[in-house]
Design a protein. Structure first.
Length: 250
């Protein structure tokens, strides 16, 4: 199913929800889940866990051997221009990402690259013996800059195939139709994150699992991504804003 909202309207109504405090721009990090007591009892804590080599606001995190944890609302993930790909003519990739041959797709890669966030999903803070089965990450509402963008998450197969876990395009037979990702407790994994257009994205995800003592646990959070446009696109946006400002003053 398509899960998209018009970003401009939501920004106007609730700008603070999309105003990330810090930019995560390079190094290893995970969208993680923990089960810990924050002072009011056990909490299924859905968060960013950024490694000690991750770059946040231009500085290396480095304060602790295991990095630091951040609330999702405190971070935006920078998807740099260097990750933009001109799409090849590949039916599986075109269908899964929703981007036709010749179009642009920005990809946070499954494999680590210099100057790019190396973002994964982690359940390593959970104790395997305390949970029945794996932890499920499910895609919710996706807000793209134009309201018509496509978001996708996939792994690249050994023999050149593509295994999609999330896709707002969701073509039958190519994408996991339930838009879910199941990760064993005590592990972490990396995937390709695909964005079809530049601008600010807001991606809702729900994580759930079954605790052997405390029962079903779930948490829903929103994660922000800033996809950097080509210089010409950025200039057009700036010029458009200037014209609008002049009209308003007039």
């Amino acid at each position: 199913m398509k899960i998209k909202l018009i970003a401009s309207l939501l920004l106007a109504l609730s700008g603070s929800a999309f105003s990330a405090v810090s930019a995560y721009s390079a190094g290893h990090g995970d969208i993680g889940i923990a089960y810990e007591d924050g002072g009011t009892g056990p909490e299924f804590f859905f968060h960013y866990h950024l490694g000690s080599t991750a770059t946040v606001d231009g500085a290396i995190v480095g304060n602790a051997p295991d990095g630091e944890e951040f609330e999702p609302s405190d971070i935006t993930v920078t998807v740099p221009l260097s990750t933009r790909l001109t799409m090849p003519n590949n039916a599986a990739l075109n269908n899964g990402t929703g981007v036709a041959a010749g179009g642009s797709l920005w990809i946070l890669p499954q494999n680590e690259a210099p100057g790019v966030p190396y973002l994964g999903f982690a359940t390593e803070e959970l104790v395997p013996a305390e949970w029945a089965g794996g932890i499920t990450f499910a895609l919710g509402n996706v807000t793209s800059p134009s309201g018509n963008g496509e978001f996708s998450l996939w792994s690249s197969g050994t023999f050149g195939g593509f295994d999609f876990q999330f896709s707002t395009n969701d073509p039958s037979g190519t994408v996991n139709a339930s838009n879910t990702l199941i990760i064993p407790v005590g592990t972490h994994a990396h995937y390709n994150f695909g964005f079809s257009e530049a601008g600010t994205w807001d991606i809702e995800m729900t994580v759930s699992g079954l605790h052997n003592v405390d029962g079903a646990q779930t948490s829903t959070r929103n994660f922000s991504f800033t996809v950097v446009p080509e210089p010409t696109s950025a200039l057009l946006v700036s010029l458009g804003s200037l014209v609008l400002l002049r009209r308003r003053r007039a």
